[in-house]
Design a binder for this molecule. Structure first.
Ligand SMILES: [Fe+2]
Ligand SMILES: [Fe+2]
Length: 163
């Protein structure tokens, strides 16, 4: 994958996130696409974890809060597991985080969470398309399935409330 394509993922697919002020660009572009995308996934998961903590605190409805916290627990596992994968591959797992998004009303918060999940889905699909990911196919397929479930739960909650 060329640098331009990676930038397209950074700026195109992950539209709900902005580039961190200190994006580890040099670190990213000196390694393989698989490692780059795994590090991008870790940053994305870190951002999602904080975003879910924030949104769960802002939202009063217990049912919605529980969904956000359940998603957050999955994201913690994803970040931990990808960190282990990178260590096995002799790479350095990032500690960079995509800036979490917050909002002023319930609908807006849920829409931000849905767009984060959509970005995660695209990212895990990209990783699964790489031949280097075949060794860890079960892991990445599992992450992808969880992100699809997260999105569905959030869409259902969002559709049930008016703006
Ligand atoms: Fe995740
Ligand atoms: Fe998720």
């Amino acid at each position: 994958m060329k640098r331009r394509e990676i930038l397209k993922i950074l700026f195109g697919s992950l539209t709900s996130f902005v580039i961190p002020v200190k994006a580890p660009a040099e670190q990213i572009f000196n390694t393989t696409t698989f490692i780059n995308l795994c590090n991008l996934a870790i940053s994305h998961e870190y951002g999602a974890i904080i975003q879910y903590i924030n949104h769960a605190g802002l939202i009063n409805q217990k049912k919605i809060k529980n969904v956000l916290l359940s998603n957050m627990r999955d994201e913690i596992y994803h970040a931990r597991r990808i960190t282990e994968i990178l260590i096995k591959e002799g790479a350095t797992p990032t500690v960079a985080m995509w800036p979490p998004q917050t909002g002023k009303n319930l609908k807006q918060l849920l829409e931000e969470d849905i767009s984060g999940e959509e970005a995660a889905i695209r990212l895990y699909q990209q990783i699964l398309d790489l031949k280097e990911s075949s060794k860890y196919r079960d892991d990445f397929q599992f992450f992808l399935n969880r992100e699809i479930t997260h999105r569905s739960r959030l869409v259902e909650l969002s559709n049930a409330i008016s703006r």
